[in-house]
Ligand binder design. Structure first.
Ligand SMILES: Cc1cc2nc3c(=O)[nH]c(=O)nc-3n(C[C@H](O)[C@H](O)[C@H](O)COP(=O)(O)OP(=O)(O)OC[C@H]3O[C@@H](n4cnc5c(N)ncnc54)[C@H](O)[C@@H]3O)c2cc1C
Ligand code: FES
Length: 299
């Protein structure tokens, strides 16, 4: 386990042989966020090509499980004025937690909320509510984890790798070299880019397909009835659907961190519902990590 990850719950108990999660999500128990949002100082800002990482000091906050998220808003200039759009807070995966409680968030500037957060620096404050939701569960039955990330979806895989240690295979896909700079957040990743500017020219799911082929052909996989690997993925819906379909085809379990529009983040607004084989679930409380087996498809 590397610097910064404080194991609790399922992760603390895991000799990497924990029983499966309750419900649709993966992590058996939720880390309960303190009631109300907290005003916290930004203590760092770093650029990784197309991405920005902001660091927020949260020494008294609970340690998040890998895959949990927080609702963030800038403390100042977050809408309401004549020229500013009134903002709801926005959902962000916790990308890393340092020993002193500092939380890192990886941002891609896609609209007004991410734009405002990405310009924050030392001396600014954020409002933070979290950690929220159900994160990833430790690998079941000692399986070897394969982490698959696409774009800004690599964020929860960084804290997951902190929890798992350096052993997992990490496959990351980006659209180009500028975005591939984000791969520096994880140790020893295999990178694919859509335009071939870095690493494999093509989709990260092509890397996954060949790695699964190798893993499932191994003698250990044959003797364990294909129960040898477990896939952890976060990325855009087409990537997650390709991961889900590939894993379903080969009988490999997968935990998928999904996204949907979130207004509250704690189960009150029903704005984040997604369909599962068992009906609709609220992604903010039943996810954002769902077992791939409960999904007909990722849309
Ligand atoms: C659990 C969770 C974890 C997330 N983690 C991260 C993260 O680590 N880093 C990061 O940069 N972003 C993350 N996001 C997405 C982030 O919340 C949105 O990018 C953000 O809300 C966009 O706000 P905006 O005001 O900048 O843009 P908006 O104007 O609100 O949206 C810009 C564009 O992004 C699309 N969009 C907005 N929100 C979402 C969403 N939730 N899912 C898919 N598309 C969306 C819109 O349709 C639009 O095309 C996460 C979302 C969820 C639900
Ligand atoms: S975001 Fe409000 S219920 Fe999920």
């Amino acid at each position: 386990m590397t610097e910064g990850f404080e194991a609790r719950g399922a992760w603390a108990a895991a000799g990497h042989g924990m029983s499966a999660a309750a419900g649709h999500g993966s992590s058996g128990e939720r880390t309960l966020a303190p009631f109300g949002r907290r005003r916290l100082p930004v203590v760092g800002r770093r650029e990784y090509g197309a991405y920005v990482v902001i660091s927020v000091a949260d020494p008294g906050g609970p340690a998040p499980d890998p895959g949990q998220f927080a609702m963030l808003a800038a403390a100042e200039r977050w809408g309401g004025g004549a020229d500013e759009r009134p903002f709801l807070p926005r959902a962000f995966s916790v990308a890393r937690r340092h020993h002193d409680g500092t939380l890192d968030f990886l941002l891609e500037d896609v609209g007004p909320g991410t734009n405002r957060l990405a310009e924050l620096d030392d001396g600014d404050d954020v409002w933070l509510l979290g950690p929220l939701g159900r994160g990833f569960a430790p690998p079941h039955d000692g399986r070897r984890p394969i982490l698959v990330g696409g774009g800004v979806g690599i964020a929860p895989l960084a804290i997951l790798q902190d929890a798992l240690g350096p052993s997992p295979l990490v496959l990351l896909g980006f659209r180009d070299v500028d975005h591939a700079a984000g791969a520096a957040l994880l140790c020893d990743p295999n990178v694919a880019t859509d335009d071939g500017s870095v690493g494999h020219h093509g989709f990260v799911t092509e890397l996954l397909a060949s790695e699964m082929d190798v893993a499932l052909r191994s003698s250990q996989a044959r003797s364990s009835g294909r129960r040898y690997i477990e896939v952890y993925a976060c990325g855009p819906p087409p990537m997650l659907e390709a991961v889900r379909a590939l894993c379903a085809e080969h009988g490999v379990p997968a935990q998928l961190a999904l996204e949907s529009g979130m207004a509250c983040g704690f189960g009150a607004c029903f704005g984040c519902v997604v369909p599962t084989r068992d009906g609709y679930v609220r992604l903010c409380v039943d996810g954002p990590v769902l077992d791939a087996a409960v999904l007909e498809a990722v849309t």
